[in-house]
Design a protein around this ligand. Structure first.
Ligand code: PAF
Length: 285
């Protein structure tokens, strides 16, 4: 595996050489501190492309001033070893100064899909995500790019950006990977104390319960949302930020489950913000 720590020209040269070999290129953008969720994206990319590039970059522009940019967990040496073992071709690990000049002044703003849910509580977050993802697409020129469905809104915002800006890349979403007890994998789980982690199990449990209600015939958004809220409120240490049921394609409001929908939530457990979701009424492919 080639590890390129910052030099964009060096990465572009590596990509040119890979492409000259006729390879389809898969890009897995990450912020590092890799877990099985990230590795599932890597494996899907390896299965669908002849070369896989993984970027590791904690992107400052997607963090608000009072968010956890400085505290965000980092372990580049461990990440490198994991990617090496997975057979990744290139790990691109820039520093903020490699991607943003001090007078950087161009940003990408998606104005519909990114507005509510996490967009409402994290102003500027998706602007930062779109900007860095477009920059990575421009640097790497991947044929396919891989994102987890845990960040479901992020995935749909990126799909919209790719559609609206005619970007020549296929976006692949990959299912949430969970711990055996149901907690969705997240680099931020490392912040949780034992009791907070226990309380966080309510996220998946509440979604599972609503899914069961849906499977028994409940189609009302209000009832399903209320059911999730009630379950979450049983855990006194959780603070619910939002529970919403939205059209899965464009995240518009919907009062009834008729098309595929996402039941999505964000909560705070102590100082940690966690998100989770489940897709209902999914069209099987
Ligand atoms: O999902 C993430 O880890 C980040 O938001 C991403 C897509 C790598 C952009 O920084």
């Amino acid at each position: 595996m080639l590890r390129i720590d910052g030099c964009i020209d060096e990465l572009r040269k590596a990509v040119r050489e890979i492409r000259n070999g006729g390879a389809g290129i898969g890009l897995v953008p990450t912020m590092g501190y890799l877990h099985e969720g990230h590795l599932s994206l890597v494996r899907k990319s390896r299965a669908e492309n002849t070369a896989t590039i993984v970027s590791i970059f904690v992107n400052p522009t997607q963090f608000g001033p009072n968010e956890d940019f400085d505290a965000y967990p980092r372990d580049l040496e461990r990440d490198t070893r994991l990617l090496e073992k997975e057979g990744v071709d290139v790990a691109f690990c820039p520093a903020p100064g490699d991607l943003y000049t001090a007078d950087h002044s161009t940003f990408v703003t998606e104005e519909a899909v990114s507005r509510d849910l996490c967009g409402a509580s994290r102003p500027g977050h998706f602007r930062g995500v779109c900007t860095i993802v477009l920059k990575l697409f421009n640097i790497v020129g991947p044929d396919r790019a891989y994102f987890g469905e845990k960040d479901f809104q992020q995935l749909q915002v990126i799909r919209r950006m790719v559609r609206d800006l005619n970007l020549p890349v296929q976006i692949r979403g990959c299912p949430i990977v969970r711990e055996p007890d149901g907690l969705a994998l997240s680099s931020r789980n490392v912040y949780l104390s034992a009791s907070e982690r226990q309380a966080a199990l309510a996220l998946n449990l509440s979604l599972k319960k609503a899914r069961e209600q849906f499977c028994s015939g409940e189609k009302s958004a209000a009832v399903l949302v209320e059911s999730v809220r009630k379950e979450l409120e049983k855990e006194e240490t959780l603070r619910v930020e939002y529970v919403e049921l939205r059209d899965a394609a464009d995240l518009s409001l919907t009062s009834k489950v008729e098309k595929p929908v996402v039941l999505a939530l964000a909560v705070r457990v102590g100082k940690t913000r966690l998100i989770d979701n489940t897709i209902l009424n999914e069209v099987s492919s």
